[in-house]
Design a protein around this ligand. Structure first.
Ligand SMILES: Cc1cc2nc3c(=O)[nH]c(=O)nc-3n(C[C@H](O)[C@H](O)[C@H](O)COP(=O)(O)OP(=O)(O)OC[C@H]3O[C@@H](n4cnc5c(N)ncnc54)[C@H](O)[C@@H]3O)c2cc1C
Length: 326
């Protein structure tokens, strides 16, 4: 199917930053298409941590990932069909035509567009697993978890949380409120997380086990048996828990950007101060990009959107005035 209309801007990736990009582009009266490979919009937030609270977005208080995505969806919906949303469609091809416009290809359609904003985050992502052999086929998704889809599944249980970053601490604190007992296991004494979260953790009832590494994770009829070894020590610790939640971060694959001939360094799209790549008309925002001072957080990605879209609007419609505010 060929899209006959020449679109002003097509956003590849419907994570939080791509969603806001589509909305803001519509605010600037640009025609916009938003394409995401997953069945639902929301990117990492919807797929990986819908029930995790998010504390570090201005004006968004005590909300979960799912609530943030629902709010972004409401903003998009407020423009009705002025924003074309295409989910379950991976963009596999990006071609620049001689007139400077682009053709984007998915399995279902071709989109002819005057500009492209790449918001594909880290591309296809997968969680970094526990660094020991265990029966992944039997235990993953049953007793060992890499995502929390429903916090209520852990109600009244004894839960071990592995990891020392923000996600591990946020989950430990969240689980503390509904689980019977929470144990946080980290291989270092220091946590790499927001200082305020570490303070809350230390004031909580979460049992902190550091510096320990996992040596055994095995299923039992009632749950999981875990053996830990203290780092630089002979001390060994046995734990019996109902579930283990692993938060060791994620690996990702952005190779598609190279296939499209875009400037990539260490997996990140390289952009200038207007979030534009060295291909005129192709921009990048959110976790997909890097530049000096880049911070890979939602609020930082949101801040990039007006810079990219207003610059792009100026290139497409030089006579239009720049906005002051909505
Ligand atoms: C466990 C965890 C907890 C986090 N907690 C916080 C937090 O509390 N606060 C915070 O600010 N940040 C947090 N982050 C980071 C935050 O999620 C990211 O910064 C944010 O999701 C980046 O948004 P994005 O829209 O740039 O990319 P993403 O959310 O990664 O979305 C990218 C989208 O692009 C789509 N896509 C990829 N390739 C294609 C393609 N070829 N065609 C079409 N679609 C494609 C993907 O399907 C995906 O939906 C956390 C991350 C994790 C993993």
């Amino acid at each position: 199917m060929t899209d006959e209309t020449l679109t002003d801007v097509t956003v590849i990736g419907g994570g939080p930053v791509g969603m806001f990009t589509a909305f803001y582009s519509a605010m600037r009266n640009l025609s916009v298409q938003l394409v995401d490979s997953l069945p639902e919009l929301g990117g990492q937030v919807a797929a990986l941590y819908p029930e995790k609270p998010i504390h570090d977005i201005a004006g968004f208080v005590s909300g979960t990932g799912a609530e943030l995505i629902a709010n972004l969806k409401r903003q998009i919906d407020s423009f009705g069909d002025k924003i074309g949303v295409h989910t379950n469609e991976e963009v596999t091809g990006l071609e620049r035509l001689d007139d400077g416009t682009f053709i984007l290809r998915t399995a279902a359609r071709e989109i002819h567009t005057r500009s492209v904003i790449v918001a594909i985050g880290s591309g296809a992502f997968s969680p970094r697993p526990l660094a020991i052999d265990y029966d992944r086929e039997q235990l993953d998704g049953r007793k060992v978890f890499y995502f929390v889809k429903r916090l209520a599944d852990f109600k009244g249980k004894t839960v071990a949380v592995a990891g020392g970053g923000d996600a591990a601490i946020d989950w430990a604190l969240e689980l503390e409120q509904i689980a019977d007992k929470v144990v946080l296991i980290h291989r270092r004494d220091n946590f790499r997380a927001l200082e305020s979260s570490v303070t809350r953790l230390k004031e909580s009832t979460v049992a902190i086990l550091t510096p320990y590494k996992f040596t055994t994770v095995a299923g039992t009829p009632d749950g999981l048996h875990i053996e830990l070894a203290k780092i630089k020590s002979d001390e060994v610790l046995d734990l019996d828990v109902d579930a283990l939640l692993v938060n060791y971060g994620f690996t990702s694959d952005n190779h598609v950007l190279r296939d499209w001939g875009l400037p990539v360094k260490r997996g990140d799209l390289q952009v200038n101060e207007y979030l534009e790549t060295d291909v005129p008309g192709i921009y990048g925002v959110g976790d997909a990009v890097n530049y000096p001072g880049k911070v890979k957080l939602i609020s930082a990605g949101f801040g990039e959107v007006p810079r990219a879209v207003n610059h792009l609007a100026e290139q497409l419609y030089p006579d239009r005035k720049q906005p002051l505010h909505s």
